[in-house]
Design a protein around this ligand. Structure first.
Ligand SMILES: NC(=O)c1ccc[n+]([C@@H]2O[C@H](COP(=O)([O-])OP(=O)(O)OC[C@H]3O[C@@H](n4cnc5c(N)ncnc54)[C@H](O)[C@@H]3O)[C@@H](O)[C@H]2O)c1
Ligand SMILES: [Zn+2]
Length: 678
């Protein structure tokens, strides 16, 4: 059963974390001290429950809490070797854990354990950080909060900061909390409610003060020509620039992207001071660990053409990488971890919006959210004073902190398709849906494109949140619709690098029964459709310079002359030859083009359900419900082919295991000698 003190802490944390004004995603931590019976002695013991490393306050559960013995935590003060060796204390927390200890204790555990208050909140509110990063933050703290809130100069989080805050609390009995220079706030209380009230009072009082006293144009006057483009225009420009920008962000390692054109971002970029402020970088450790010390900012007006913007972005990327290397070289010591990549994680385009990047969609999205937090912080700080983030050397000490490095090293190995963005056509059902599922399970971000938006979105929702899969509408036989779907994919995840041409349909008719419309429909959807999709996506892939995969779901019927199959079989043969032609043409860009030849996939197939099955059953003289088994008996392996079998073949073609294979067709038909390839 959850200890009542811990239960109270979870409820308070969830309330605080639910409102973004109080703290950024996964930022800050909370704690409560209380008693429990020691199962070993039967005696009461004092414990501190504190949010563990990594989790988010808004969704905190008991599993996210670390539980430590307070007597042992406090005893650490006696063995503390001093600030130079404060990192050693993190390992010592493990010797304070109660029972199995719950979640891993975070670096802020010392502050929570050492401050002499039953309940402590450490938060990263935009309003509080605005005061914390104002050049005269100390004076502002006095002016805004009087004696109730104490200024604590910047110090990297750790044992010493915990001792500093504990001492301040002892010396300032009237204080309810403090502003941590360059970083955030900490508040405390004798009860959980009191701590929560104090936290909210500091956050709201800071926000009200900023609202009342801020200058009218904290980011300076409007910059001529840098205003937001109209929505449709800026989305189109964003989509056109996205592949270049993803390529820039992925020069050292491939990244997934997120795009936002919220007013906060567009307003910042529309004002005169944005280049100076962006160059100063973010301040709160949480912010810049996710955003890198500073963003890359395109220094062209909103009206700049796509071509000019692309050219300038490429120049700026070179400078950005040189600057980052220089920052590393200036600050690294012999025991610093190796440089982690020189590419920007945030790219700002005036009039258009912000692209943010990460190892997966969630990380990319949160990086963008954090830069919005940073813009809010800069607005507050500049409104009252001058924005003065922590200096570069301190940023480096955080970014390349041995403890941060250890956290990164502990991360689980990425899945085989991590960072890859897949577009699967006709994926609302059947083989396409099974393929989308397989790709998503293996770490890809997936765009499900199909005729019906609703069905595409339903299929995407089955795979997970919009961080995993999104549904878009497309008629692959229409060039404009294909471009719109590719644009949507690019805006959803930053780019495209794995394309599955799966959309299709099948009319089973003899030559004399086949109408001109039948012929056109088969060829429009499959031959022309996959041509259009390959064309629009290859353009993105070539611009990204990250290689890629195009897989055609062709058919046994591309090589085998089945009965009553002219239009379908001819269109499939066309697709099969596209594989060879494009493999030859796109190889120089690192794009592999391969095909899968399925046969007899009855289960889950819309093609079979909508008449083709009945027709085939009639042709072969079996009952429709037995068609799957009939096909199985025709095969060499006597196995029924399922959509998952096709999905597995697509997956294998796109993994690094087949990195040297292009122009190949894999039959997935349980063995049909007549369709053997040679
Ligand atoms: N099922 C089999 O035995 C078999 C065998 C060989 C090849 N194939 C091929 O596999 C692919 C998938 O077939 P399935 O059996 O899963 O069929 P399915 O009908 O379940 O899936 C096809 C999907 O394509 C979509 N689609 C059709 N026209 C489209 C268009 N113009 N634009 C966008 N989407 C469109 C449909 O809405 C549907 O969701 C097809 O290309 C098919 O020819 C299937
Ligand atoms: Zn913090």
């Amino acid at each position: 059963m959850t200890n009542p003190t811990a239960a109270e802490l979870i409820a308070r944390s969830n309330r605080l974390g639910a409102d973004p004004k109080n703290t950024n995603y996964a930022g800050g931590n909370t704690s409560a001290k209380g008693t429990e019976t020691d199962p070993v002695t039967g005696e009461p013991i004092e414990l501190v429950w504190v949010k563990g490393s990594g989790g988010d306050l808004g969704t905190l559960t008991e599993a996210g809490l670390a539980a430590l013995r307070l007597d042992r935590m406090r005893a650490l003060v006696n063995v503390y070797p001093g600030v130079e060796r404060e990192d050693e204390m993190v390992a010592a927390f493990d010797y304070c854990l109660h029972g199995k200890g719950g979640a891993a204790p975070s670096i802020d555990t010392a502050m929570h354990g050492l401050v002499d208050a039953a309940h402590v909140d450490h938060l990263h509110p935009d309003s509080g950080i605005a005061i914390a990063t104002a050049a005269d933050g100390e004076a502002l703290t006095k002016e805004i909060f009087g004696e109730k809130v104490v200024w604590v100069p910047w110090r990297r989080p750790g044992f010493q900061l915990g001792l500093d805050i504990a001492e301040i609390k002892d010396q300032s009995p009237q204080a309810i909390g403090c502003i941590l220079g360059g970083h955030g706030i900490t508040a405390w209380g004798g009860t959980s409610d009191e701590a929560e009230r104090n936290s909210l009072w500091i956050i709201d009082t800071a926000a009200a003060y900023i609202a009342e006293h801020s200058k009218t144009e904290p980011f300076g006057p409007a910059l001529e020509g840098y205003g937001a483009l109209p929505t449709a225009e800026r989305r189109a420009k964003a989509a056109a620039l996205a592949p270049t920008i993803r390529g820039i962000a992925s020069a050292d390692r491939p990244m997934v992207g997120h795009f936002t054109d919220s007013d906060v971002v567009l307003d910042f970029l529309a004002c005169a001071e944005h280049p100076r402020l962006a160059a100063l970088g973010t301040s709160c450790p949480d912010h810049f660990l996710r955003t890198k010390v500073k963003p890359l900012v395109l220094d062209l007006p909103s009206s700049a053409s796509v071509e000019d913007s692309v050219a300038r972005l490429k120049e700026l990327a070179v400078t950005y990488r040189e600057d980052y290397q220089a920052y590393y070289d200036r600050n690294a010591t012999p025991d610093s971890p190796a440089i982690r990549g020189k590419d920007p994680l945030i790219v700002l385009v005036p009039g258009v919006g912000m692209f943010s990047f990460g190892k997966d969609k969630q990380t990319a999205r949160v990086a963008g959210e954090f830069y919005v937090n940073a813009i809010n912080v800069m607005r507050g700080a500049e409104g009252l004073s001058t924005y003065a983030p922590i200096d570069e050397a301190e940023k480096f000490r955080i970014e390349y902190w041995a403890l941060e490095e250890a956290k990164l090293q502990r991360m689980p190995k990425p899945k085989p398709l991590a960072t890859r963005i897949a577009l699967v056509t006709g994926a609302a059902g059947g083989i396409g849906k099974a393929t989308a599922k397989k790709l998503a399970e293996n770490g890809a971000c997936v765009v499900i494109a199909d005729l019906s938006l609703e069905k595409a979105q339903e299929a995407a929702a089955e795979l997970g949140s919009t961080d995993v899969a999104v549904g878009v509408q497309v008629d692959v036989s229409n060039a404009e619709a294909v471009q719109a779907a590719v644009d949507a994919a690019v805006l959803a995840f930053g780019g495209v690098d794995l394309v599955v041409n799966n959309a299709g349909l099948s009319l089973s008719r003899s030559l004399l029964e086949t109408t001109e419309q039948d012929w056109d429909l088969q060829h429009d959807v499959m031959a022309k459709g996959s041509f259009l999709v390959s064309k629009a996506t290859a353009k993105v892939m070539i611009e990204q310079e990250l290689g890629g995969d195009i897989v055609y779901i062709s058919s046994k019927n591309s090589v085998f002359a089945g009965p009553n199959n002219l239009a379908y079989g001819a269109a499939k043969a066309d697709q099969a030859h596209q594989v060879r032609l494009l493999a030859a043409e796109l190889g120089e860009h690192g794009i592999k083009v391969n095909g899968v030849n399925p046969d007899g996939v009855v289960a889950g197939s819309g093609i079979f359900a909508s008449g083709w099955g009945a027709n085939r059953a009639a042709v072969y003289g079996v009952e429709e419900k037995d068609l799957g088994k009939f096909y199985a008996q025709r095969t060499i392996l006597k196995r029924e082919v399922l959509p998952e079998n096709i999905a597995n073949a697509v997956f294998v073609l796109c993994t690094s295991d087949l990195s040297h294979t292009t122009g190949l067709h894999i039959p997935v038909d349980a063995g049909v000698a007549a369709a053997f390839l040679r």
